[in-house]
Design a protein around this ligand. Structure first.
Ligand code: GLU
Length: 374
């Protein structure tokens, strides 16, 4: 039943680890890279929106620098990542180009998650790339990020990216086939768990704790990622990168890997968050025409034309209250524009935004998906 619901997925984050795309001697596994490029390109042709989160920069750098092992120091790792990231992108660029696809590199750090403006900016970049049919390729910005601002592993990075782009599904391709009832390397009776309806302390125990040697990917960070994803409305599947066309098969509802089920969908989660949890930074006042449209079946987005005023010094990406002209709070939503931008474009047509502000990111001040009627 839950697997069936994956057939409605549109936006997918796919994560691959170093051990999937490189060999133990740090050379690139071109067979896997090509398979991945082929499958993701095919999914893009079918109309899915795909974002790839990939590790491998450090390993590829180690190989290029001719080092005998992975550096132990942070500057050593950062230098290897700086060398490897370019080679990694070049490899993907060529592999995807074979299938007619354009890729775009996006290097993120934890700062993007902590700083509203950077979060909004990375969200805008990623969604714009998707809008243009580009496949974004994300890694952590290893070469510059300080240790305490590091996410550290791309499993958790994939769930953060899923949140940034409002993905419907995250697929972590790994050298393990999913979560087992026991360690499959040591226990022949270990069975694959196809569905985890809820992540409990028991689930983490199954993953073997943080020092697990359950496959080189480390199951612990994958469960952490699954916990973050499912508690923010995103389903997550861990599957083996050895399976042919794993992602398409998962999207077709096949029982492949372990599905961590999210109780609500991303839109429901966002709306709940907007209604109850988001910090309100200001407000916009809308006219009676806009008010009526908001209450119509299916709702609507808020365009500059329906706005009469804005209050509070909020930035783009902040949550605001939507007020009627009599001051009653009717809705809450995420504003695409800052307080002073709205004061300049209020009452205008969307076609005038660019002339007035010199640039236009969105037609809507608040998109209907980012709006909850109270
Ligand atoms: N960002 C690191 C790299 O590209 C890998 C992080 C991870 O393995 O999760 O080498």
């Amino acid at each position: 039943m839950k697997r069936e619901s994956l057939k409605t997925v549109k936006r997918i984050v796919v994560k691959v680890g170093t051990s999937t795309i490189t060999y133990p001697n740090c050379t690139r596994n071109f067979t896997q890279i090509d398979r991945l490029a082929r499958e993701l390109s095919d999914l893009s042709n079918r109309g899915f929106e795909v974002i790839l989160v990939t590790s491998g920069a450090i390993a590829v750098g180690v190989e290029r620098l001719g080092l005998s092992e992975k550096p132990k120091t942070i500057p050593g790792k950062q230098a290897a990542a700086a060398v490897g990231q370019g080679i990694l992108m070049n490899t993907y660029e060529r592999a995807f180009a074979d299938y007619g696809k354009i890729v775009g590199q996006v290097l993120l750090t934890k700062t993007e998650m902590l700083d509203r403006q950077r979060y909004t900016n990375s969200r805008n970049t990623l969604t714009e790339l998707l809008r243009q049919g580009v496949i974004p390729i994300v890694n952590e910005n290893d070469a510059v990020v300080l240790d305490e601002l590091k996410i550290g592993d791309n499993d958790n990075m994939s769930s953060l990216v899923g949140g940034i782009v409002d993905a419907d599904l995250i697929v972590i391709l790994s050298d393990v086939a999913g979560l087992y009832t026991a360690n499959p390397n040591t226990n022949p009776d270990a069975e694959l768990i196809y569905e985890v309806p809820e992540i409990t302390p028991e689930t983490f125990k199954r993953a073997g704790g943080s020092d697990s040697s359950f496959g080189t990917g480390g199951m612990f960070t994958k469960i952490q990622a699954a916990q973050a994803a499912t508690s923010s409305g995103i389903n997550l599947v861990i599957a083996s990168s050895e399976e042919k066309n794993a992602i398409s098969r998962i999207l077709d509802g096949e029982m492949l890997g372990t599905l961590f089920v999210s109780k609500e969908n991303r839109l429901q989660f966002r709306k709940k968050w907007l209604a109850f949890a988001a910090h309100i930074e200001g407000s916009i006042v809308v006219d009676s025409g806009c008010l009526k449209a908001l209450h119509k079946e299916g709702g609507c987005s808020i365009l500059p034309a329906g706005i009469v005023d804005a209050k509070g010094a909020f930035e783009a990406g902040h949550t605001v209250s939507v007020l009627s002209e009599t001051g009653e709070e009717v809705a809450r939503g995420l504003s695409h524009y800052s307080f002073d931008e709205i004061l300049k474009i209020k009452g205008c047509k969307t076609s005038e935004i660019e002339n007035i502000l010199g640039t236009k990111v969105y037609d809507e001040v608040i998109h209907r998906d980012d709006l909850v009627i109270l």
